[in-house]
Design a protein around this ligand. Sequence first.
Ligand code: NAG
Ligand code: NAG
Length: 258
Amino acid sequence: MNESYSPTTPRPISTSSPNTMKIFMCFLIAFIIAQTIGTVLFCLYLHMKLDKLEQELSLQEDYLFLRRIQKCRKPEGVSSSLLDCKEIINRFQDLLVKDTEVSKDDAKFEMQKDDRQQPISAHLMGFKNSTKKVSVLQWQKTGYAPMSNLISYKGGTLKVEKEGLYYIYSQVSFCTKTAPGAPFTVFIYLNLPSESDRLLLKGQDTHSSSSVYCALQSTHLGGVFELRKGDMVFVNVTDSTQVNYDHGNTYFGMFKLY
Ligand SMILES: *[C@@H]1O[C@H](CO)[C@@H](O)[C@H](O)[C@H]1NC(C)=O
Ligand SMILES: *[C@@H]1O[C@H](CO)[C@@H](O)[C@H](O)[C@H]1NC(C)=O
């Protein structure tokens, strides 16, 4: 019986042993993988914790520094404590001085930037609004001369939003075929809100031309004037139909001196 059993017993062992081995190996591999992942996660956690600890430590150092300053400010603290109060207060004053210097520099820089960024000026080029005679010459903004928003333009008129000393200028180019004795005149007028218009500048040209073609000329005016907030300036001419609007010929502008 024993003899008949023994040859049969190794058989189930031999067939089940690779199975159990396989399961065991699977468990082992799963365990190793789990262990590896666990270790990596733990290391990450530790790293983060250490970072936080470091931050807290540095905060604590700052706090201690402040506490020391506080202690040093009390007169009895100076004598009783072992703290080197002179050194601590010196360090604190150093910090304060550096801080105010930085903010002062910042303020100066801001002011310079403000002054540089806002030149109050306007330069406009002539613009033929109508083929008929107009009482006020019309202008348009140009891409190459940005206009300050402290000077506004409307219907031929420049209006200042800030009082001060301004240089006002204009050039008008024109063609005359008129009979001699009738000058072509360019005017710059100041338009005050509640008064009649005041003449600022005037330029004249009496060009006699025997030719049938137009004789092209330019008149340039410019001067410094004290303007108040809301004052308006415009240009008019004796005969606007004679004005030449070729690029660069006719322009009007102003800038604030101070
Ligand atoms: C032309 O000028 C008149 C005033 O002289 C103004 O009312 C009109 O709006 C202007 N037209 C254009 C296109 O600027
Ligand atoms: C120019 O404008 C002034 C002020 O408004 C006015 O008195 C004058 O008659 C105008 N001149 C011409 C030629 O339109």
